[in-house]
Design a protein around this ligand. Sequence first.
Ligand SMILES: Nc1ncnc2c1ncn2[C@@H]1O[C@H](COP(=O)(O)OP(=O)(O)OP(=O)(O)O)[C@@H](O)[C@H]1O
Length: 364
Amino acid sequence: MPDQMPALLIDSASRHYAGTAAPAVDGVTLDVAAGEFLALLGPSGCGKSTLLRMVAGFERLDAGRIAVGGRTLSGPSTHVPPEERRIGLVFQSYALWPHMTVDGNVAYPLETARVPKADRERRVRAALETVGLTGYEARRPAELSGGQRQRVALARCLVMSPELVLLDEPLANLDVHLRAAMEEEFADFHAKTGATMVYVTHDQAEAMALATRIAVLDRGRLAQVAPPRTLYREPATPMVAGFVGQGAVVEGAVLTAAAEGRCRVRLFGAEAVVRCRSGQGEGPALFCLRPEDLEPDPQGPITATVVRAAYKGGFVLVEAEPAEAPGVRLTLRVGGDAHVAPGEALRLAIRDGWVVPEGDGAAG
Ligand SMILES: Nc1ncnc2c1ncn2[C@@H]1O[C@H](COP(=O)(O)OP(=O)(O)OP(=O)(O)O)[C@@H](O)[C@H]1O
């Protein structure tokens, strides 16, 4: 991160709900640069919403500190109320006023802030233009589609020129096609406004498509924060390897230690060369094998049995069980013209892979 002040700083933040066995958020440290689009990703219950609510000010911290633009908003002796945080919020339920027009909904926060009428009208116009809703000013929420309602919610957030925009699963209530269209709109919205955004989702494809960096939470702790490509290619923990992207996390052994980011390994009785961190030692290890790391090869050293084969248009996605490791499921793609059926034998070669580092450090 450059030495410029982060737009959002979360420092060792924790929150343990009374009567629960473990903290919902456990010592999370994270900074978000100005203009960055950070996705908070993780399975249900990992603490994403709690962390977002802590940043918004709806939830107090048990320990740690949160600062926006260098100003501490939550800390041991500080708690700035949500309405004084200059943070924009967009939730999956749009929370629009049903009796008000689009215009009225977008103008509402400006009225509450006593912004003069002329300024108000100008800002509402600009916000509606940004989200592509010019011409819809007089409609009520009931007369809009789900995607249009979500855009009104975006405009209402944008109109206040927030320093930071928090989005909590904003596409969760929309159907698949609308989600894809709205994904583009969010990317567009981000590019046009340059706002710093933190976007909560449990959908890794959405996080990959939108974010400049993704922070993965695992049971309240930060497992890894990294750009999408790094997260996919170099997962820092077995949980991240399994949660992000397709593929398998399998046991094997490192035979020769790292040289230039690669090491020789043994997997399913065969030797291969895979990527690893510098300093990777020899011995038993876990490996992340993505579909593109495996190749069907008649001369390949690994024998496997096809367990499932699904035609995906252009390729067949195959799940295969290595003879050396019953119960393990490898995923690979074979050409769309190939005939593959469950029960068939397959020979494989390992072209690449990643040694999943030991420990649960939150390295990037
Ligand atoms: N008000 C509360 N009181 C007690 N426990 C809570 C409360 N809110 C959340 N929790 C618990 O804290 C943990 C984290 O919840 P949180 O809603 O932050 O997760 P999440 O990652 O956003 O999940 P989801 O994707 O399902 O929304 C869960 O175990 C949840 O049951």
